[in-house]
Design a binder for this molecule. Structure first.
Ligand code: NAD
Length: 486
């Protein structure tokens, strides 16, 4: 792929221009399968963030003043540019180490975010309220928040960026995007290139690839009105602390340790297919992967056998090759972390039925039983293709175990009696739950988010975006000037 000489090479995207960072820092863009550096991005530091914020302040005034139709048109143009893009698919595959299906999903989901946001731009922005004062016109109106910083992770860099950029822009905000240093291209500069190509007004989207320092500056900068963070619970907690002391609006989309419940009446083959997808899809590196398989004893042996066979049949390797199911994990740190969790569980008596090995970043899909429920493999977010199974007796034990976590992102319940499975689903402490389907689900119109350690703030998607990216103002207009005693 010829991206070495791309116009964003070595650059940031500030005020509508690709330009090098003030201090000249750079980030390698790596192919996660081969380790090859195939492009270079600029790396933003504090002066770059400050310059971008300065131009964003100016851009926001004129962007918010434009009519909704102009804002919607820009979003539709970007959706078109994305769908026409010749390089995005391969860029996502190489930069995130994923198979083509996941890249296709990101592109279509990001285009859907843009099109839904274009429709959001024309939604009513207020309502007329009843008033206790005769002759008073009382309105609740929505205003843009202003400057929104989007700090994003590496796993779904395009769609997780776009789910903030598109609705925030639709509602008159401007966005400062800081992608993960693992994905500065598909999570940042290639998105900037789409906006540039679509003729978006300068400054409405500023892209600042970089690390912690750039992220911290965005959180602390007094002109940034809102932080939308997607990433780990640990960093989310740090951001919440800082933003709290600054009384700054935040929306935090964090990690999960999601339970998949297989009830005693589940069709075992179907359940194992859903279970395999939930734990192994994109190497288990999604916040909505299943990290805990909670299986009724009546079907546990058959389910375990079927899941193990499915895991053993998956081809792991270069995701560009046809037939590959799983590509590489994102980096050595994640591989070592997964190895550590697995080895510690095995030391406490867990048994690996298949997988458990890795060849560099290529981690075999792994099924584990006999887990000590105190081990990290059960209590922590795994973020690797590992499916731990715990056997339970009956619905009450299953529900209690599923809810025995501080996280609250997503759950799934598999059972033939749909009414009973739905009743179980409604008792799970998670912000999202799916009956007879996998834990990884996302739709542009659905409220996506987490409870407890999985998130704080609002929800992304559909009408929730109106709440998420606007402030309400109460405006009254009295036809006759009010009278007071003095
Ligand atoms: P991470 O928390 O390490 O980093 C996320 C982003 O924050 C990156 O851009 C990083 O550079 C930046 N950052 C790091 N330290 C910072 C600081 N102190 N101040 C400001 N910014 C800082 O997460 P990651 O490893 O990139 O992604 C994996 C995590 O993301 C997992 O925990 C996963 O569950 C979570 N995630 C959640 C969702 C969701 O919607 N709930 C979606 C995808 C991923």
């Amino acid at each position: 792929m010829e991206v070495q000489h791309h116009r964003w090479s070595g650059a940031l995207y500030v005020d509508g221009h690709f330009r090098p960072p003030a201090a000249g820092g750079s980030l390698d863009v790596r192919d996660k399968s081969s380790g090859e550096v195939f492009a270079v991005a600029g790396s933003a530091e504090v002066p770059d963030v400050d310059a971008a914020v300065g131009s964003a302040v100016v851009a926001q005034r004129s962007w918010a003043a434009r009519g909704y139709a102009e804002r919607a048109a820009v979003l539709r143009q970007v959706a078109g540019a994305l769908e026409r893009s010749a390089e995005f698919r391969e860029l996502i595959m190489r930069e995130t180490g994923c198979i083509g299906g996941k890249a296709d999903y990101e592109i279509s989901a990001a285009a859907a975010e843009l099109m839904e946001a274009a429709a959001l731009a024309s939604r009513p922005t207020g309502e007329v309220l009843q008033s206790t004062h005769a002759g008073r016109f009382s309105i609740s109106e929505r205003l843009p928040v202003g400057l929104v910083a989007a700090i994003t992770p590496w796993n779904f860099p395009l769609v997780l960026g776009m789910r903030v950029i598109a609705p925030a822009l639709a509602l008159g905000n401007v966005v400062l995007l800081k992608p993960s240093p693992e994905t500065p291209a598909s999570g940042g500069l290639a998105i900037a290139a789409l906006f540039d190509e679509a003729g978006a007004p300068p400054g409405i989207l500023q892209v600042l690839p970089g690390g912690e320092e750039a992220g911290r500056r965005l959180v602390e900068h007094p002109d940034v009105a809102m932080i939308h963070f997607t990433g780990s619970t640990k960093v989310g907690r740090d951001i919440a602390r800082t933003a709290g002391s600054l009384l700054k609006r935040t929306s935090l989309e964090l990690g999960g340790n999601n339970a998949l419940l297989v009830l005693d009446d589940a069709d075992v083959e179907q359940a194992a297919m859903i279970g395999a997808w939930s734990s192994f899809h994109y190497q288990g590196q999604t916040c909505i992967s299943a990290g805990r398989h909670i299986v009724d004893r009546k079907v546990a042996d058959a389910y375990t056998r079927e899941l193990t066979a499915r895991a053993a049949a998956i081809t792991v390797g270069d995701p560009v090759k046809d037939g590959t199911g799983l590509g590489p994990m994102i980096n050595d740190v994640q591989v070592l972390r997964a190895r550590g969790l697995l080895d510690a569980a095995v030391a406490k008596g867990a048994r690996v039925l298949t997988g458990g090995t890795n060849d560099g970043p290529f981690f075999r899909p792994t099924v584990v039983v006999d887990i000590d429920q105190g081990s990290g493999l059960w209590t922590e977010e795994i973020f690797a293709p590992i499916a731990p199974i715990v056997v339970v007796d009956g619905l009450e034990e299953a529900i209690a175990l599923a809810n025995d976590t501080g996280y609250g992102l997503v759950g799934a319940v598999i059972g033939s009696d749909v009414h009973r499975a739905t009743e179980v689903a409604r008792r799970l402490n998670s912000a999202m739950v799916h009956v007879n389907d996998a834990t990884p689900q996302d739709e542009a119109l659905a409220p996506f988010g987490g409870l407890g350690q999985s998130g704080l703030g609002g929800r992304s998607g559909g009408d929730s975006n109106l709440e998420e990216f606007t402030e309400k103002r109460w405006l009254t207009v009295s036809s006759v000037p009010a009278q007071y005693p003095y």
